[in-house]
Design a binder for this molecule. Structure first.
Ligand SMILES: *[C@@H]1O[C@H](CO)[C@@H](O)[C@H](O)[C@H]1NC(C)=O
Ligand SMILES: *[C@@H]1O[C@H](CO)[C@@H](O)[C@H](O)[C@H]1NC(C)=O
Ligand SMILES: *[C@@H]1O[C@H](CO)[C@@H](O)[C@H](O)[C@H]1NC(C)=O
Length: 351
């Protein structure tokens, strides 16, 4: 399958678009992720080039959210790397924003996981009292069930503010997709899918016991967001079942596969427009590092196995020596004496 055939003309357009990056153009939505890499003082945050003009405006209005925006990008990208660490495409830079223009399943995942990251980190900021407009979910302050011995208390995460901020920040209010390209519609949908996922996985409840010597006669409970890893796993599953949509929009999003058009597209489904390249060889223009030099597992049948990961090119083996402390004994009194042990392990890397 020729990658050039599928992506060539789009790539050219992508390069032009990335240079200009008009608001809400397909792919620009990823540019803000550059903020995860931008170090330096917080003040520099708002003016930093990865943000669109609209995002810079929002950022100036709410400078207290800059750390949360940065943290959201970092959280999303870190989870992406963790979910894909055994695959040919392992979500590492060099160039995530370029990859975002090509409208593949991987674009869909980045888009969803980073918008989920933004919702998550802004909500955490609210609960920590770092943002003036939001705090804990006060609707849950009172109530509970006296007969069952618990009541709401503490700080329940209030996700509403995080959701609405991330919609604004990621240019999501544009609901009317008529006349937009499939790529833009796809990005909007996938951003929304990410934040909806945080929303639907929000409902875990934590409790703390009170009462004489831990008797747990009374409990205080609060709602808390699920761990971000759970969000990541859920989205990875959606990635594996993602849906190809038609690049030509009629009134709304349509599946590419004509025989399946009757099956509705769910809010949390991830969508893509273009088939993925195989990610085997480096392609700087597309921001693909290739799998050369990646560590693989000689005995695994899965995606981390040398056969699949190295795309049939074979692998090199080198011996790595580990030295560690071992056979430690406690010597009275008071120290620990150990021996130095050496182990040799074979490490395989793709050719
Ligand atoms: C809240 O603000 C403090 C001080 O700026 C910071 O150290 C902390 O990490 C923030 N917490 C969250 C969850 O954003
Ligand atoms: C969507 O936008 C198109 C063109 O901009 C317009 O003709 C149409 O009425 C809009 N639809 C809705 C539901 O707003
Ligand atoms: C390699 O794969 C095998 C089979 O899946 C697994 O048991 C083993 O722990 C893996 N080794 C490493 C170093 O991950």
């Amino acid at each position: 399958m020729g990658r050039g055939a599928a992506l060539g003309p789009r790539l050219l357009r992508a390069a032009v678009l990335l240079a200009l990056c008009p608001t809400a153009a397909g792919g620009c939505f990823c540019r803000w992720l550059g903020i995860a890499a931008a170090g330096g003082p917080e003040k520099a945050g708002c003016a930093s080039p990865p943000l669109s003009r609209r995002q810079q405006e929002l950022c100036k209005q709410k400078p207290e959210l800059v750390p949360a925006i940065r943290e959201g990008a970092r959280l999303g990208l870190q989870e992406c790397r963790s979910q894909f660490r055994h695959e040919r495409w392992d979500c590492r830079p060099p160039n995530i924003p370029v990859l975002c223009f090509v409208g593949t399943k991987e674009t869909a995942f980045i888009s969803a996981v980073t918008s989920a990251g933004l919702v998550h980190s802004v909500t955490r900021s609210c609960s920590a009292g770092n943002v003036t407009e939001c705090s804990c979910d006060t609707n849950l302050r009172h109530g509970g069930s006296a007969s069952e011995g618990w009541h709401w208390g503490g700080c329940s995460d209030d996700i509403h503010y995080g959701m609405s901020f991330s919609r604004k920040f990621l240019d999501m209010p544009i609901k009317n997709v008529t006349g937009r390209s499939g790529l833009v519609a796809m990005n909007l949908h996938n951003n929304e899918a990410g934040s909806t996922t945080v929303w639907s996985l929000l409902m875990s409840v934590d409790c703390r016991c009170h009462g004489v010597s831990g008797s747990c006669a009374v409990k205080t409970c609060w709602k808390t967001m699920s761990s971000f890893e759970k969000v990541g796993r859920f989205l990875k599953d959606k990635y594996e079942n993602s849906i190809q949509i038609s690049d030509r929009l009629k009134k709304k999003l349509r599946r590419k596969e004509k025989s399946q058009r009757k099956i509705p597209i769910g809010k949390e489904d991830l969508l893509y427009v273009n088939k993925s390249p195989n990610y085997c060889v480096e392609d700087q223009k597309l921001g693909i590092p290739g799998t050369q030099g990646r560590e693989c597992n000689r005995t695994s049948e899965g995606s981390d196995g040398c056969n699949l990961l190295c795309c049939g090119r074979g692998y090199n083996t080198h011996v790595v020596r580990h030295v560690e402390r071992c056979e430690c004994k406690f010597v009275w009194c008071c120290y620990v004496r150990c021996r130095r042990c050496e182990t040799m392990t074979d490490v395989h890397t793709c050719k």
